[in-house]
Write a protein that binds this ligand. Structure first.
Ligand SMILES: *Cc1c(COP(=O)(O)O)cnc(C)c1O
Length: 356
């Protein structure tokens, strides 16, 4: 494992207090982690330095052809002051799967985890402790060759930044309204949908703006070929409880394999609920909503953990789910996952990793 050099910030910023609002992704801590890649040399010189702007050539490849990968996970402070990460091995494995698809060199998983842990330790006073708050961790890689031709870059930067974040729903779990998109698509099989990369997000913006204008907070994507099968919600995976069975779209190459999705499936199975990972068409969903067998809908993702869905719109049909209230499985998943993340419930799966 590579040794990380640490340069402390001599001008630390004031740390937000419990009364300060923590709007997602707006405040950054005093330090950042950086490691360079050079062809022939591999990843080298991991370091922690004061949080600061990057200096890059305007010709850096990331600006032109989007060769970049990112991840998202959180650190939590328990009541007894321990710092926990939730399933970081899954994020690191997925990061390297994304790297593989995007022609970015693999990062040694031990160096990756050591980078996260060391940075979180340096900025541990920034981990907020109010209920529902956490320290969001954003690792990412950018292609830095100064070159306008199209090929994989031969130099990269791997960077980790940290951001204290508030409760996703300050008033507690709140059902969201979801727009089922039938014009734009997010990803196609064989494309980059299963990689966590900026390109998938820029593809989603037009539909997101359209949905927001109609009063919807999120877009539910259909498959890119037939626009018939349900995929995911862009930053969340999607679950339905239909007639007692938990159904979620199977991973097909264009859906992002969420860590929270995997956690939800494991817990539901453990609780004895039938779980099906399969293709589900929008017609089946509409039929279930109409005949009363659609019992619950929720999204799963690191940011909100569980997001109950109270309202769906597909073309000119609008469906209210459970009259906009929170379903029992959604609530139990939220309580269990956040309970484990905060060290309040026993971690029988060994999902948490302590930073010490
Ligand atoms: C990150 C992400 C998710 C959720 O994944 P988690 O690991 O559960 O946070 C779902 N869909 C997309 C497109 C994502 O980028």
């Amino acid at each position: 494992m590579l040794e990380i050099k640490i340069e402390k910030n001599k001008n630390p910023k004031p740390i937000p207090g419990p009364e300060d609002p923590l709007v997602f992704g707006t405040i950054f801590t005093d330090h950042m982690y950086v490691m360079d890649y050079t062809e022939g040399k591999g990843w080298h010189d991991p370091r922690i330095i004061p949080y600061q702007p990057l200096v890059l050539e305007p010709s850096a490849m990331v600006f032109h052809y989007g060769q970049e990968m990112f991840e998202g996970l959180k650190a939590y402070k328990t009541e007894d002051g321990r710092i926990l990460l939730f399933r970081p091995d899954k994020n690191i494995e997925r990061a390297n799967n994304s790297n593989h698809r995007l022609m970015i060199p693999k990062i040694d998983p031990d160096d990756f985890l050591n980078g996260i842990k060391t940075l979180v330790k340096v900025d541990q006073d920034w981990i907020p402790t109010k209920p529902g708050t956490s320290l969001y961790i954003r690792p990412f890689v950018i292609a830095t060759d100064p070159f306008l031709g199209v090929r994989p870059s031969s130099t990269y930067k791997f960077i980790i930044i940290l951001s204290p974040v508030g409760a996703y729903y300050p008033e507690g779990l709140n059902p969201v309204k979801i727009w089922i998109e039938d014009e734009y698509v997010r990803a196609v099989r064989g494309g980059i949908g299963e990689a966590k990369t900026g390109g998938n997000y820029v593809a989603s913006l037009a539909a997101q703006v359209k949905a927001h204008e109609e009063g919807y907070s999120q877009v539910l994507w259909l498959d890119g070929v037939e626009r018939k099968y349900i995929e995911e919600v862009g930053a969340m995976n999607i679950f339905f409880k239909i007639n007692g069975t938990v159904v979620t779209p199977m991973l097909n190459g264009s859906i992002l394999p969420g860590v929270t999705r995997d956690t939800c499936i494991a817990l539901c199975k453990e609780w004895g609920l039938p779980v099906e990972e399969r293709r589900i068409s929008v017609d089946e969903l509409v039929e279930a909503a109409k005949n009363g067998t659609l019992e619950e809908v929720w999204g799963s993702g690191t940011a909100a953990v569980i997001s109950p869905v109270g309202h769906l719109r597909y073309e000119n049909d609008v469906f209210e789910i459970k009259d906009g209230t929170i379903g029992a499985v959604s609530q139990k998943l939220y309580d269990t996952v956040t309970g484990i993340q905060l060290g309040k419930l026993e971690d029988t799966h060994h999902w948490t990793v302590e930073v010490r």
